[in-house]
Each structure stands twice: as structure tokens, then as C-alpha cells.
Design a protein around this ligand. Structure first.
Ligand code: NAD
Length: 488
């Protein structure tokens, strides 16, 4: 099996070609690998073992065997393990950041300051929720007990690789579940580091298991597996629906965090000089590859030219370049398929007659290699256009004009998605009223600080279920009512 590993790689090639099952590294049932491509250079930087249904069987058996012991482990002991995981993520921040930059092109300082510390936050939150959670309440003589749902299959995407992993693994193991993780085959390096970290954190064998591979092989086998009690997937709507279909015969619980096309409604009284630049930066954060990115800026028609000028100035000031460079704000798009999709959507915007304010198709000048994309702003976008309806998952912002408040809200709700939303206004009463009319799982008023305790998830086709905080933790619990519990 060829590898391109060298001493400077963050991943040991030996580990990359194994899975972490039952507390140790072990080779796959069949010898096959998947290449990992650095999107900044388009070079293969690692070969990772490609799993199959047999590997899933082994991992599920280990998770099943570990379940009774872990579920019975006192919360305080589980919390100590989470503390250790949290501390080690922060301790190994640089190693994770380098892996993220290599596998999906995150700008190194973005990886250091956002991708890794926010991933650690999910672990802290899960620990905090666990330590204050009441697993049993008694009312009217009936006890309501919350128990771990069982063995969980966790399927994650490539856009925020470590963050998506901790958002699932931390609450699952905090709740007393055991897990099998399948990270995206496009970004498996940070997941391998995470498995090493889990080992070093003293997590008992079988509680956490990692199998790499494709969605069609490993992911589908997990979704259909009779001994997996719950599947949580973050990814495309296509994969989310396939997982639900494959899971249906075994009636397992399925939670889905899928796509988004989040609106950012600027009300007329907002301070536009303060509202537009952060809106553009949020839309382009992580090169626009965030499911909740506010990619539709909905603005009063008579302020369109002002918004365009502010948006263009912001977009043109963004440094796009080598993700290893300290000053880079946006690296490349994470992979070739996504790069091609973003290019096709920019072309679609032009063909549909949207006004190109800045950016446009083609690679960033000066970069012949790497999936570098020009931060692109379209204006005079009609809500029915493809660029206003479909998730682009790249640095492309659509500015859509409205004439009345009702129209602004109708546009905000005019997609199949309902993940995030933003409202900018000075009149907070009005902002709250608008928030209550938007069908989305999270609404942000005037760019507040991130609240990792706030439940995150989608209305409509953005998914089912919630992550983060108490609600995210409770997704991994079953409910048992013991009636007559209080009798004498
Ligand atoms: P994807 O849905 O193809 O992959 C996500 C995960 O699901 C991966 O681990 C993949 O291997 C797995 N998977 C794929 N098919 C599966 C199947 N049939 N059964 C089980 N698991 C399966 O998404 P992607 O390639 O990572 O990204 C493609 C699109 O998904 C993006 O363009 C974007 O629209 C969307 N996306 C959304 C989010 C989000 O957080 N909401 C994250 C990443 C991608």
C-alpha cells in the first residue's frame, strides 16, 4: 500500500491504514485504501484504510460489548473522562490545526482559533450538561428515567471535521452510549488524531470506535445495522435521506443535520455600515462551507446600492491564499467536487441574470493549483433563482431586495431549508417579532456571540433533531416511565 507520509505529516501512516476498534488499532478486513488530497496543492497527502461492512460489524460488536459497563459508569466518572478529552484537544491544538489545513484547506489561523477551540467547546458543554443532568425524576409516584439509547453510529462531513465529530461523540458518550464514528472519507486525518486522543484520555475499550471509508460502504452498513440503536448524520440532504431509508427497517432513531440556505434580514433601521460587513464575513467564513452560513442577505430595495458597495468592499478585502500562511483568511475550497459545484453555481447565477457585484467564475488569479475560489457577491437576485434556492457551500453571497416587511419574511422562509437565520435591527422588539416568524432552528439577532448551549438543528429539510446543549445531549437518551414507582 503506497503512502506519501513523511516525518512532518501530522498522521502516522501506520495508523492511517488501521481502524480504532475495541481500544486498539487494527487493520481493515480487506486491504483497500482511499487517498486524501490536499486541496491547496491537489496532491495526495495520505492513504487511509477503506472500511467495509465486516469492519462495521467488528466495531459494532465492540461497542455493544462495552455498552453495559459504560452506561453503568457513574456520571462523575464519565465527566472526568470528558475533562481529559477537552484538555487534550486544547493541548494538541496545533497538531489538529495542521491536520485540518492539510485535509480540507482550513486557513491555519482559522483552524487554530475556530475549528479546534470550538470543537473543544462541545466537549466542555457535554461535560457540564452531564454533571447537572437529572437522570431520574419522580412525579405522582411515577418515575421518569433517562437511559442511554445504546450503540450510536455517527456519520460526519468534511466542512468542520473535528467540530462535527465532537458535537456528536461528546454528548453520546456523556449520555452513556457507545459509538462507532465514520468521518468523511475526504477529511479523515483529524478523526485519526481524535481516536488517538480518545485512547490517551482513558476511554474504556469499545466505548469509542472509528471506521474510515465511504458513505456507500461504511455509512450505509452502519445505517442498516441491526445492532446500532441510533444514527446521527451531518451532511447533504441526499445522504441524510439515504441513511433514513436504510435505517427504516430496523426502526432505529435517526437524527439529521443537513443543508441550509440561511437568510440575513436587514431591517430598514439597522446600521448598514455595521450590519453588512459581518454578514459578508459570516457568509464566507470557512470559505462558505458551513451549513448555517447566512448566504442570502435580504435588504430594503432602496438601500441596494449602499449594501452592494459595502459588500464588495468587504469581499475584496478578504485575503484568499495558501492556508498555511498566517495572514490567509480563506484557503481553498475543500475538495474538487465541491470546487466544481461552486463554479457551476456561479455560472448559474450569471446565466439566470443576477448582477455580479464582485468575484465571479474561475480560480483566484495567481493560483494555477489548488481549489481557490473568488469571494463572489451577486445582487438583484430573485428568490426563485437557483443561487437563492440551492445550498452552494462556497464563498457566494446573494443579495435579495424586498419592498415590505412581510415580503422580507416571505423571502426568508422561501426555501426548503430552515437551519439558521439572522435579523439586524435597532428596534429589538421588531427584531424579536421577525425572529418568531422565521421558520429556522436558530435565529441570531444583531450578530450575538456564539452560544454553544443553544440547541442547533433544522426545520423543514434542514434535518431532524438538535445538537449542542441539553437538547443535543437528550437526543442520546431513551425515556422510561416506571409507573407505581412510589408505591408503599
Ligand atoms: P455527504 O452527505 O456526501 O457526506 C457526509 C457524510 O455522509 C460523509 O461521512 C459521507 O461518507 C456520508 N455518506 C454519504 N452517503 C452516505 C450513505 N448513502 N449512507 C451513509 N452515509 C453516507 O456530504 P459531503 O460530500 O460531505 O458534502 C456534500 C454536500 O453536503 C455539500 O455540498 C453541502 O451541501 C452538504 N453538507 C452539509 C453539511 C452540514 O453541516 N449541514 C456539512 C457538509 C456538507
Amino acid at each position: 500500500m503506497p503512502t506519501q507520509s513523511s516525518h512532518s505529516d501530522p498522521i502516522d501512516a501506520h495508523i492511517a491504514q488501521q481502524f480504532y476498534i475495541d481500544g486498539r488499532w487494527s487493520p481493515p478486513a480487506r486491504a483497500a485504501t482511499l487517498p486524501v488530497v490536499n486541496p491547496a496543492t491537489e496532491e495526495v497527502v495520505a492513504q487511509v484504510a477503506r472500511g467495509s461492512a465486516e469492519d462495521v460489524d467488528r466495531a459494532v460488536a465492540a461497542a455493544r460489548a462495552a455498552l453495559p459497563g459504560w452506561a453503568a459508569c457513574p456520571p462523575v466518572a464519565r465527566a472526568q473522562v470528558l475533562d481529559k478529552i477537552h484538555a487534550l484537544i486544547l493541548e494538541r491544538k496545533e497538531q489538529f490545526a495542521q491536520a485540518l489545513t492539510l485535509e480540507m484547506g482550513a486557513a491555519i489561523n482559522f483552524a487554530r482559533n475556530m475549528q479546534v477551540p470550538l470543537a473543544a467547546e462541545h466537549v466542555r458543554v457535554a461535560r457540564d450538561v452531564l454533571t447537572s443532568y437529572r437522570f431520574q425524576t419522580v412525579e405522582r409516584g411515577t418515575a421518569i428515567e433517562r437511559e442511554p439509547v445504546g450503540v450510536c453510529g455517527l456519520i460526519t462531513p468534511w466542512n468542520w471535521p473535528l467540530y462535527q465529530i465532537t458535537a456528536k461523540v461528546a454528548p453520546a458518550i456523556a449520555a452513556g452510549c457507545t459509538v462507532v464514528l465514520k468521518p468523511s472519507e475526504l477529511s479523515p486525518l483529524s478523526a485519526l488524531l481524535f481516536a488517538q486522543l480518545i485512547h490517551d484520555s482513558g476511554v474504556p475499550p469499545g466505548v469509542f470506535n472509528l471506521v474510515n471509508g465511504s458513505g456507500a460502504d461504511v455509512g450505509a452498513a452502519m445505517a442498516a445495522h441491526p445492532d446500532i440503536d441510533m444514527i446521527s448524520i451531518t451532511g447533504s440532504n441526499r445522504a441524510g435521506a439515504l441513511v433514513a431509508q436504510a435505517a427504516a427497517p430496523t426502526v432505529k432513531r435517526v437524527t439529521q443535520e443537513l443543508g441550509g440556505k440561511s437568510p440575513n434580514v436587514l431591517l430598514p433601521d439597522a446600521d448598514f455600515a455595521k450590519a453588512v460587513p459581518p454578514g459578508v464575513m459570516s457568509a464566507f467564513r470557512n470559505v462558505g462551507q458551513s451549513c448555517s452560513a447566512p448566504t442570502r442577505m435580504i435588504v430594503p430595495r432602496d438601500r441596494l446600492s449602499e449594501v452592494e458597495a459595502l459588500a464588495a468592499a468587504t469581499a475584496n478585502s478578504i485575503i484568499v491564499g495558501d492556508p498555511r500562511a498566517e495572514e490567509t483568511v480563506l484557503g481553498p475550497i475543500a475538495n474538487l467536487a465541491q470546487f466544481e459545484r461552486v463554479q457551476a453555481m456561479i455560472e448559474a447565477g450569471l446565466n439566470e441574470g443576477a448582477k455580479l457585484v464582485c468575484g465571479g467564475p474561475g480560480r483566484v488569479p495567481g493560483f494555477e493549483k489548488g481549489f481557490y475560489t473568488r469571494p463572489t457577491v451577486f445582487s438583484e437576485v430573485a428568490s426563485g433563482m437557483r443561487i437563492a434556492q440551492e445550498e452552494i457551500f462556497g464563498p457566494v453571497l446573494c443579495i435579495i431586495a424586498y419592498d415590505t416587511l412581510d415580503e422580507a419574511i416571505a423571502i426568508a422562509n422561501d426555501t426548503v431549508y430552515g437551519l439558521g437565520a439572522h435579523v439586524q435591527a435597532q428596534d429589538l422588539q421588531l427584531a424579536r417579532a421577525v425572529a418568531s416568524r422565521i421558520r429556522a432552528g436558530q435565529v441570531h439577532l444583531n450578530y450575538p456571540a456564539w452560544d454553544p448551549m443553544a440547541p442547533f438543528g433544522g426545520y423543514k429539510r434542514s434535518g431532524n433533531g438538535r445538537e449542542y446543549g441539553v437538547q443535543g445531549f437528550e437526543e442520546y437518551l431513551e425515556t422510561k416511565a416506571i409507573i407505581g414507582f412510589g408505591q408503599r
